[in-house]
Design a protein around this ligand. Structure first.
Ligand code: 13P
Length: 249
């Protein structure tokens, strides 16, 4: 059985005082069939470490362990700051910083090296969907962004259609199912059914308490990567509650 994962991506939001919001999530998940993770900005990751029992993650890392890379942070540094996981290849990183699939692969290897769970993000733009290229784009991103060596323990894949992020728009349930089924099939082709069957596939993009249950019911959806709705404990708790009524196979 795959444990549902509900991961909050705070993006560039929050302050030290946000520990109060995080504290509201303490003891939120009594159901062992699901787990939660909050990925705050890296300054808050360090500030929150030791002050919460909520598992924490980061939003990006450099592929090197250290060196002359002004402004960058290594996976080892994130680990030392308290991260258990790191989001990689988010579309905002790809757009704002020109990250390529090859960059994401190097970062994923770095995350594994440091003992972090890599949450590898992929997703099509609206133009690509309109052109009927969604599955081609997703397969290509997955193929290149994910290096050899992925397992259920070190990797989670997040499908985030770019046009659904922060827009209030979501794909239809059939569209989500189609992409998630295809990702599972690609992983099976590459890793074999056993390893592929353990890797969790998250959906991200305008997930709210109101739509979460229907999305999490989809067979190959093993949780969510939550942006805006992760900033308020009440909304995030509503999404976690939606996951807890579900069971992945
Ligand atoms: P929203 O939930 O705000 O649409 O953001 C999704 C996202 O980008 C999570 O990584």
């Amino acid at each position: 059985m795959r444990r549902k994962l509900i991961a909050g991506n705070w993006k560039m939001n929050g302050a030290r005082a946000s520990i109060a919001e995080l504290s509201k999530l303490e003891g939120l998940h009594p159901d062992p069939a699901s787990e939660i993770l909050i990925c705050p900005p890296v300054t808050l990751l360090a500030a929150f470490e030791g002050k919460t029992s909520i598992p924490l993650g980061a939003q990006d890392c450099h592929w090197e362990t250290g060196g002359a890379h002004t402004g960058d942070i290594s996976a080892e540094m994130l680990k030392e700051a308290g991260a258990q996981a790191v989001i990689l290849g988010h579309s905002e990183r790809r757009t704002d910083h020109g990250e390529t699939d090859a960059d994401v692969a190097r970062k994923t290897e770095a995350a594994w090296r440091a003992g972090l769970l890599a949450i590898v993000c992929i997703g099509e733009t609206e133009a690509e969907r309109d052109a009927g290229e969604t599955l081609t784009v997703i397969r290509q991103q997955l193929q290149v962004s994910l290096p050899q060596g992925a397992t259920a323990e070190n990797t989670v894949i997040a499908y985030e259609p770019v046009w659904a992020i922060g827009t209030g728009r979501t794909p239809t349930l059939d569209q989500v199912a189609e992409v998630h089924d295809d990702i599972r099939a690609s992983l099976e082709g590459r890793l074999g059914a056993e390893i592929a069957g353990g890797i969790r596939l998250l959906y991200g993009g305008s997930v709210k308490p109101a739509n979460a249950a229907a999305i999490f019911e989809i067979a190959n959806v093993d949780g969510g990567l939550i942006g805006g709705a992760s900033l308020k404990a009440e909304d995030f708790a509503g999404i976690v509650a939606a996951a807890e009524t579900q069971r992945s196979p």
